[in-house]
Write a protein that binds this ligand. Structure first.
Ligand code: PLP
Ligand code: COI
Length: 339
């Protein structure tokens, strides 16, 4: 095994052996290329550089105690990549191409898949970019789809320990009829300034409210939001949040545990009545929240359990991790096993 301190990995870039690439030219996807280079060579007028034709995904690969390698719900990421590409008029990588490239990049970087039980995983970053030149505002005629991989640890340095988050109302990550529901680079560009300010003010991340009425909770910068009240799992329904695959999985797990699940508008004031709250996503997994501060009003909402995660968040977290690492039966059929 590699000389890597798997338990101390941050969530960041890590150089591995190979990445995979495929080009869309003359209306068709070409053959898959394997590369050991960390750079790409693109046209100075490529639309990804000028007009934001860029969409990405984030997914995780786990090594179980049984030695098997598991990919979590890859089809959902592949389909979301297609929706993102469609939303900003890029060529869509077919599901079969996505699968072929994903399996290649995992196999080629197998030695970087962390051992189980340390909170680490091999993170895959698929991305599609417009590579063809345009100077007028138009979609490109050429695209590149690639996947690189690297081992990562928890997104927030706190891991599964609760974080503080800040509600911002003076910045929006997306417009009411904009691109919040797809995973395109522009949404993240818009989140950088409020996220940086929140960090300087002592918070792990921001919680955006809806950009139309400014009164409903939308989502965190890099993750969805959920709250637990009694036996109910509550998560925002909004056209401007990214449909999270983790959140979708947690809703299924909550229901399976006999909880009620509500996906609906969530007023900021409702934060008062929640027993537990958290952020969820591939990178964030479940990041329990201990304090939410509304930057504009100064109002504070505090949660559960002397700085540790609440019981329901803990149960959801353990079940999700257990399925991903092969410790708990995968009764929903979420994992693809690579022998
Ligand atoms: N919301 C945003 C803005 C994200 O960037 C992510 C990460 O992908 C999520 C939510 C969580 O989505 P998923 O659970 O599919 O990773
Ligand atoms: C993920 O959870 O995979 C993400 O893409 C979130 C963030 C790193 C942008």
């Amino acid at each position: 095994m590699e000389n890597i301190d798997w338990g101390k990995l941050p969530f960041g870039y890590f150089k591995t052996d190979y990445n995979v690439r495929c080009y869309y030219r003359n209306g068709a996807w070409g053959t898959v290329e394997i590369s050991s280079s960390e750079t790409i060579n693109i046209h100075i007028a490529a639309t990804c550089l000028h007009y934001g034709q860029e969409a990405f995904e984030g997914m995780k690969v786990f090594r179980g105690k049984d030695g098997k390698i598991r990919v979590f719900r890859w089809e959902e990421n592949a389909k979301r990549m297609q929706r993102s590409c469609d939303g900003i008029m890029m060529a869509q990588p077919p599901l079969e191409l996505f699968k072929e490239m994903m399996l290649k990049v995992i196999k080629l970087n197998e030695r970087f898949i962390p051992p189980p039980g340390l909170g680490a995983a091999l993170y895959l970053r698929p991305l599609t970019i417009g590579t063809g030149p345009q100077v007028g505002v138009k979609p490109a005629e050429e695209y590149m789809f690639m996947i690189f991989a690297g081992p990562v640890g928890p997104y927030f340095k706190e891991g599964f320990n609760p974080v503080n988050v800040q509600i911002v109302r003076d910045y929006d990550r997306t417009a009411p009829h904009g691109t919040g529901h797809i995973k395109v680079g522009g949404n993240y560009a818009a989140s950088l300034r409020p996220a940086d300010r929140a960090k300087k003010e002592g918070f792990s991340t921001v919680l955006f409210v809806d950009s139309k009425e400014n009164k409903y909770i939308d989502e965190a910068g890099p993750a969805n939001f959920f709250g637990i009240r009694g036996n109910t799992y509550i998560t925002p329904d909004s056209k401007t949040i990214l449909p999270s695959i983790t959140n979708m999985s947690l809703r299924a797990l909550a229901e399976d545990m006999g909880m009620k699940v509500e996906q609906r508008h969530v007023l900021v004031e409702e934060l008062e009545g929640f027993d537990e709250v958290g952020a969820c996503g591939t990178a964030a997994v479940i990041s329990p929240i201990k304090k939410i501060v509304d930057r504009q009003t100064g109002k504070e909402y505090t949660y559960c359990c002397n700085g540790t995660a609440g019981p329901i968040s803990t149960k959801l977290f353990k079940t999700l991790k257990g399925i991903q690492e092969g410790e708990i039966e995968d009764k929903f059929g979420w994992n693809m096993i690579i022998e």
